[in-house]
Design a protein around this ligand. Structure first.
Ligand code: GDP
Length: 178
């Protein structure tokens, strides 16, 4: 029997960027046009990656802005973060910057596993407010993984969550290297 490793990951970002849609595509494999604004939901999924088994607990949050005070439950016992913005909202891009710096501060400036996601990549170029390159540069400056996704077209919706699990292992294993 393979060892099952438990990983708790939080989805954070401004409201309406598609956090619930991404979680729903990942867990149930479908996209609904309309969701009630999420209060907070937790999903559980077992994942096999190579010869490893993971129990992923995913916390979908209500959405934050620059003024949000992050609760302890988003800091303590959390292995990794998926920070989501919408490529059609510059405001949501500013919010992920602010969230990252708050998390970094609260976690004592230790390295933390992060996947930065630019969602709604299916929408037309005219409605874009954040270029792919800007997202990549921001993730690079954090030492994080960068992906663009579409919950609507089911692009990268599995990749986001396998990446965060890989990133948690990578950051864990690199402690002590410096
Ligand atoms: P949340 O508040 O961040 O959880 O965002 P939701 O998942 O509730 O999505 C907000 C709105 O954006 C909903 O109307 C979704 O149908 C829509 N939406 C979410 N993801 C995508 C996407 O990848 N592409 C498009 N075109 N719309 C999306």
């Amino acid at each position: 029997m393979p060892l099952v490793r438990y990983r708790k990951v939080v989805l954070l970002g401004y409201r309406s960027v598609g956090k619930t849609s991404l979680a729903h595509q990942f867990i149930d494999g479908e996209f609904l046009e309309c969701y009630d604004p999420t209060v907070e939901s937790t999903y559980n999924k077992m994942l096999s990656m190579g010869k490893d088994e993971f129990h992923l607990q995913l916390v979908d949050t209500a959405g934050q802005d620059e003024y949000t005070i992050l609760p302890h439950s988003f800091i303590i016992g959390i292995h990794g973060y998926v920070l989501v913005y919408s490529v059609t909202s510059l405001k949501s891009f500013q919010v992920v910057k602010s969230l990252h710096s708050k998390l970094h501060e609260s976690r004592g400036k230790t390295r933390m596993p992060v996947v930065l996601v630019g969602n709604k990549a299916d929408l037309s170029l005219e409605s874009r407010q954040v270029k792919t390159d800007e997202g990549r540069k921001l993730a690079d400056s954090w030492g994080a993984v960068f992906l663009e996704s579409s919950a609507k077209e089911n692009q990268m919706t599995q990749g986001i969550f396998t990446k965060i699990i890989e990133e948690i292992d990578r950051v864990d294993n690199s402690y002590g290297e410096q």
